[in-house]
Design a protein around this ligand. Structure first.
Ligand SMILES: [Zn+2]
Ligand SMILES: [Zn+2]
Ligand SMILES: [Zn+2]
Ligand SMILES: [Zn+2]
Ligand SMILES: [Zn+2]
Length: 298
């Protein structure tokens, strides 16, 4: 899992471009429900080439595909569990975007799941007074200008905006935001972000949400090619890890290094480690030695 974390950092700048890049209309991917055909892989090369199309065990996802899939998943969970879309989104994020995991956990013990992710079944209203005290700045404000999560703990809009903004600038953890009351675990979902946060924070939150859908999902990864905007969804347990991205980069889905079949990932990582150590030695030699006085070579 370390390699995934590394990828987050490495991809940060690339994705900023990614999400501001408008429509990436080059989607060449199939819908998720395509019929995959996992033939055995010990066939000879020519046979494998011919059958390559139908045994492809991954799909390349463009920005548009990613957004559509995420919305589909949220809609599905929202419909099946009869909860709001922002609630479905909180649930999916907590279970790493696995629809089946959400369904399994929910139907096994809904009460426990609601508690863990902070979605109380019964929504509490704010105190029914004309003026309500904010739990952060302790000012009394008209009830109508205050907001609360499902728990009913009231905060003024200035305090909410500050609270949300701090969480968003702290990173993708804002996707699991809870009520500001330290003793309360009620979830703060995208609906509240959209009604309370500043515009650039709403945008950032949306970007984190889409990134999370790829990065926290066990079935998907970003293509590691620099500047590439595509993600790859891989069907686990389906033989070769070789992936050819629409950007033409070929890589191993398992270790995200350049495609290296038939050598296994562990051997490749040892080899890369050895190579980088050697090139560091070489840099040191170049930096610390004088050219040979006779032939002028280092
Ligand atoms: Zn306040
Ligand atoms: Zn609360
Ligand atoms: Zn790519
Ligand atoms: Zn590999
Ligand atoms: Zn010499």
């Amino acid at each position: 899992m370390e390699s995934e974390d590394d990828m987050h950092d490495a991809n940060d700048s690339a994705e900023d471009d990614f999400y501001s890049g408008g429509e990436a209309g080059l989607a060449a991917s199939d819908d998720g429900d395509a019929d995959y055909d996992f033939a055995d892989h010990d066939s000879d090369d020519s046979a494998e080439l011919i059958s390559h199309r139908q045994q492809q065990n991954y799909s390349i996802l463009s920005e548009v595909d990613i957004q559509r899939r995420q919305e589909d998943d949220i809609n599905r969970v929202s419909t099946v569990l009869s909860i709001s879309k922002p609630e479905a989104c909180v649930l999916l994020r907590n279970y790493n975007w696995s629809v089946s995991k959400v369904h399994d956990e929910w139907f096994a013990d809904e009460e426990r799941v609601r508690k863990v992710v902070g979605l109380p079944e019964k929504h509490n209203e704010m105190p029914n007074d004309r003026e309500v005290t904010c739990g952060i700045c302790f000012e009394s404000c008209p009830r109508g200008s205050m907001s609360a999560a499902a728990c009913g703990h009231p905060f003024c809009s200035t305090c909410w905006r500050g609270y949300i903004s701090t969480a968003i600038s702290d990173g993708p953890g804002c996707l699991m935001l809870r009520c500001p009351d330290p003793s309360c675990a009620a979830a703060v979902g995208q609906d509240m972000i959209n009604s309370l946060a500043a515009d650039d924070d709403k945008e950032k939150y949306g970007r984190y949400l889409r990134r999370s859908y790829i990065e926290d999902n066990r079935k998907t990864k970003w293509c590691p090619a620099p500047g590439c905007e595509y993600a790859v969804e891989f069907v686990m347990g389906s033989g070769s890890y070789d992936v050819n991205c629409n950007c033409s980069y070929g890589f191993c889905w398992n270790c995200t290094e350049e495609a290296h079949r038939p050598v296994d990932c562990a051997t490749v990582s040892k080899w890369i480690l050895k190579n980088s150590a050697e090139s560091e030695n070489m840099n040191w030699i170049l930096a610390n030695s004088k050219p040979c006085p006779k032939c002028k070579r280092p």
